[in-house]
Ligand binder design. Structure first.
Ligand SMILES: Cc1cc2nc3c(=O)[nH]c(=O)nc-3n(C[C@H](O)[C@H](O)[C@H](O)COP(=O)(O)OP(=O)(O)OC[C@H]3O[C@@H](n4cnc5c(N)ncnc54)[C@H](O)[C@@H]3O)c2cc1C
Length: 465
């Protein structure tokens, strides 16, 4: 083999797809432990309801993801729900408050007091907080404590995480870089807006609107299924093939698996951080930590018949200070068609996360009962649900907490010192599908160019609830 790819989630499948397109003669094989491809992505269809066991979609603002959809023909099938059309809510003081989708509009909205708004503007004069601050420490220092519940909602919605533990350099490296480069985030954003205006004037391009959430009529599982279907089973992809050991050999890498030995010039680990670290232990003496925390969640899919309704939006998030049982809920039947039978609604509520792992031990009936008790005061849900299903995600979401920046630097060094070794996947350089597709594209391009896959400078990403 020229290249062995370990892991058949979106990261590994994208590397395989890109290798095929970029260098057709390249011989590769993807080894996947499970009997299906897709990893964290899985959709669940039952009784006319369609819910998601993992990701509920991805934003259409990533070039590499758009290209992947085009190359696979999935751009013709995908469904889009625009952020400009569907609002989001945050639960504050026991009621759902509608949140505008851009930071300036959030600041202008009557969500915080005028004094707190002045404090936000004071960010302009705040010196960068050095070291490795948590998200909460950093937000409080720069913008004041009034924004904490809203930032909590953002990191509950993305990481199911705890803003008192996640570190700003891990979860928002682009914003952190902007703060350090300009001395203030607001100053950096203003410079970025001006640069955008200048570029648009030069190129004549129109200003981009808000992005849209992307999914498929059969659910998110369509994406890995389509990618896996184009690979030759047994030759380009081996399912049910768990890798147990990796070893460096002259001119490449050797891999031991449940089903046999493989050798290749390049080795791609397309795995979540903890799975990669477990395999890398026998080739590194300098690993700064052997694992990182993960947050697991359960999705409780609830269907209701006529008489119940959902507010016109994507869903809501509840900051920890609200003391609620559910982290939030997605109003799934609002977002995409055919998620529920005619005349019915589907919402998917999320429970657990970094701060409440004990809730994952509850049995299904208790989870459904406690979720309904939590939801009824917030939403007009009448009668008993016509459908209730607890979906327990097998993957945890990597938590980028204290020590993560050092771990990422160590990974970069491992790749520099071991040409032919590529380490990426869930948690390395982000946790979203777009992050995975972007870094997988870079890995495949580097392999084809016989180059190392150097980390790009982190971009400033939009914050969407
Ligand atoms: C509950 C949940 C909700 C999410 N929601 C969203 C969302 O709404 N939007 C979004 O953009 N992202 C979301 N994400 C993140 C998104 O799912 C991940 O970014 C993405 O799926 C990670 O893909 P991956 O291929 O890097 O890793 P994985 O999906 O973890 O794939 C790794 C693969 O490697 C295999 N493997 C493991 N060990 C071995 C071994 N030893 N040998 C061979 N194979 C092995 C596994 O079986 C798995 O198939 C969510 C994640 C979770 C868990």
């Amino acid at each position: 083999m020229d290249t062995l790819i370990i892991g058949g989630g979106i990261s590994g499948l994208t590397v395989a797809h890109k290798l095929r397109r970029l260098c057709p003669k390249h011989q590769f094989c993807l080894l996947e432990k499970s009997n299906r491809a897709g990893g964290a992505i899985w959709s669940h269809a039952e009784n006319g309801y369609l819910s998601e066991n993992g990701p509920h979609g991805f934003l259409d603002n990533c070039e590499e993801s758009s290209l992947l959809l085009e190359e696979t023909g999935l751009d013709k099938e995908c469904l889009k729900a625009s952020l400009s059309k569907f609002v989001r809510f945050v639960c504050i003081g026991g009621t759902l408050r509608c949140i505008p989708q851009s930071p300036p509009k959030i600041i202008m909205a009557p969500l915080i007091s005028p004094l707190a708004k002045l404090r936000v503007a004071g960010e302009f004069f705040k010196k960068p907080l050095l070291g490795e601050p948590t998200v909460a420490q950093w937000v409080e220092h720069r913008f004041g404590s009034a924004l904490l519940p809203f930032v909590d909602a953002v990191f509950t919605g993305t990481y199911a995480g705890d803003l008192n533990r996640l570190v700003i350099d891990g979860v928002m490296p682009g914003i952190r870089h902007m703060e350090l480069a300009h001395g203030s985030v607001i100053r950096g954003l203003l410079a970025k807006i001006k640069e955008g205006q200048r570029n648009r004037k030069k190129t004549g391009q129109a200003k981009k609107g808000l992005p849209a959430m992307t999914n498929f009529p059969d659910g998110m599982k369509r994406l890995p299924e389509k990618l896996a279907a184009s690979l030759q089973q047994g030759l380009e992809i081996q399912l049910g093939c768990g890798v147990t050991t990796i070893r460096k050999i002259t001119n490449g890498w050797e891999v031991e698996s449940d089903t046999g030995h493989y050798q290749a010039a390049n080795l791609v680990l397309a795995l979540s951080i903890n799975t990669s670290l477990a395999l890398l232990q026998n080739i590194s003496q300098t690993m700064p930590q052997t694992s990182i925390p993960e947050a697991k969640i359960v999705t409780i899919a609830l269907g209701f018949g006529p008489g119940s309704s959902l507010p016109p939006g994507f869903g809501y998030l509840a900051p920890e200070q609200e003391g609620r049982f559910c982290l939030g809920a997605l109003f799934s039947s609002n977002m995409f068609p055919a998620r529920a039978p005619q005349g019915h609604i589907l919402l998917e509520t999320l429970v657990g996360g970094r701060r409440h792992p004990e809730r994952l031990d509850l049995d299904d009936a208790t989870l459904i009962r406690l979720a309904l008790d939590d939801l009824r005061p917030l939403l007009p849900l009448h009668g008993e649900p016509t459908y209730a299903r607890v979906l327990r995600a097998s993957s945890g979401i990597p938590q980028l907490e204290a020590g993560y920046p050092a771990l990422l630097n160590w990974r970069d060094q491992m790749m520099r010192e071991n040409p032919g070794l590529f380490i990426h996947g869930f948690g390395w350089e982000g946790i979203g599908l777009n992050d995975m597709i972007k870094s997988a594209t870079r890995v495949a391009t580097s392999i084809c160019n016989n180059a190392n896959s150097n980390r790009e400078q982190a971009a400033v990403k939009g914050i969407y609830f």
